[in-house]
Design a protein around this ligand. Structure first.
Ligand SMILES: [Zn+2]
Length: 402
């Protein structure tokens, strides 16, 4: 296999059916490629009750600083409707200048391009003066319990330290060079329960409809908007994701009802300050009895999920400039520095070193016929190679200046 050719490195990875939590040969294949480039591999399996065991890979080249980390995942989401695929989801078929396969863009493609970029870099100028490591999990698309979070802690306990990290998730909405992610919004979920008194709809004075209370309280969650966003972040947004009463009868006032909601929030808030704001909104609205003539305050309870994720913003300008400079040089475009989208494993990495994200075009991720343009693979490989070059050069000149 020619490691400098991303179509070859990607095809080898796509052919490993690594649907979470199956390793599928993907980490072994990647480890072999990295071994050929001089990396030493550390395979480690993490377990936790109630979840499947998952394999992970930490691979490092070099023993001195500065130390650059590339992070990602080899696991993929299920193929979905297999019959609907025009090419085999694990066959890596090339049709019309595109390679098909589950994981082509999310994110075996990003890993393949990084490996090929390293191979080109090493071929042209030898190993970087410092270290490069790959922190690769098989548990990103699943529960994300036995993956990046544990692998970071494991590597740190062995003495690993990093100066910067790049996550190779697909970040470009339309074309290569559109967007670098330099932070992410946080996520917080909650459940609101409203209690009433069950009864006959024809005798409402004997009952108390919890849905009236819920409408009041839900309105208070949604309005006014949480904030207007800021320079780096879009406005925080709350969505009510379900209202469940489970009442099939049209002549019965139900006893209780439940609503679930999720907020994607910017760095104006923490999960705690946001929960406080929502609690006080609910408390105020519960006392307003407009929709409940003759009734006291709404009886309700609210619970916030313990597993929230914080928002973060990377402030390492040297890292951001090395990456955006490489993107601009390779594509002629100035990438947007964005904090939009869902959460990613960068939320764990940010506790260890500054982290940015850049990968392929995300349009077909998780879809039937996931595929990547071969020209995009070439483009990303070129960008990663330039980035590695620029990042190590910057670090070297900073050390000299000191
Ligand atoms: Zn992904």
């Amino acid at each position: 296999m020619k490691l400098t050719d991303p179509t070859q490195t990607l095809a080898a990875l796509i052919r490993c059916p690594s649907v979470t939590p199956e390793e599928g040969g993907a980490l072994s294949t990647l480890g072999e490629m990295l071994g050929q480039l001089g990396f030493s591999n550390d395979r480690v399996t993490f377990s936790e009750e109630g979840t499947a065991d998952v394999e992970n890979l930490y691979s490092r080249l070099g023993s001195s600083g500065p130390h650059l980390m590339f992070a990602g995942h080899t696991d993929v989401v299920p193929v979905g409707d297999k019959e609907a695929w025009t090419q085999g989801p694990f066959s890596a078929e090339i049709v019309g200048g595109e390679m098909y396969g589950r994981g082509a863009v999310d994110m075996k493609g990003g890993i393949a391009c990084f490996v090929s970029a390293l191979a080109r870099y090493i071929e042209r100028r030898g190993a970087p003066e410092g270290s490069v490591s790959l922190l690769i999990t098989g548990d990103e698309e699943g529960p994300s319990v036995n993956g990046t979070e544990k692998l970071l802690a494991y590597a740190k306990a062995k003495g690993e330290q990093w100066d910067a990290a790049v996550v190779g998730e697909p970040t470009n909405p339309e074309q290569m060079g559109d967007m670098i992610k330099i932070g992410r919004r946080g996520s917080l979920s909650g459940t609101l329960m409203v209690e009433g008194i069950q009864g006959h709809v024809a005798y409402p004075h004997l009952a108390d409809n919890p849905l009236r209370g819920l409408i009041k309280l839900a309105g208070a969650l949604l309005d006014p908007p949480l904030d207007a966003g800021n320079e780096r972040f879009p406005p925080s947004n709350l969505e009510i994701t379900s209202i469940d009463t489970g009442n099939a009868a049209t002549n019965v006032i139900p006893a209780r009802t439940t609503a679930r909601f999720n907020i994607r929030f910017n760095d104006i808030w923490t999960a705690e300050s946001l929960a406080d704001e929502l609690r006080s909104r609910l408390e105020r609205a519960a006392g307003e009895t407009g929709l409940r003539p003759g009734r006291g305050p709404v009886r309700y309870s609210v619970e916030f999920d313990a597993r929230s994720s914080p928002s973060f913003l990377t402030r390492d300008n040297a890292l951001i400039e090395a990456l955006s400079g490489a993107v601009a040089e390779a594509t002629g475009k100035t990438p947007a520095l964005s904090t939009t989208g869902g959460t990613s494993d960068a939320r764990f990495i940010k506790d260890y070193c500054p982290v940015v994200e850049f990968g392929l075009v995300g349009k077909t991720m998780h879809m039937v016929d996931e595929r990547v343009a071969l020209s995009d693979l070439e483009s990303l490989t070129g960008i990663y190679e330039l980035f590695i070059e620029r990042w190590f050069e910057r670090r070297a000149s900073e050390t000299e200046a000191r």
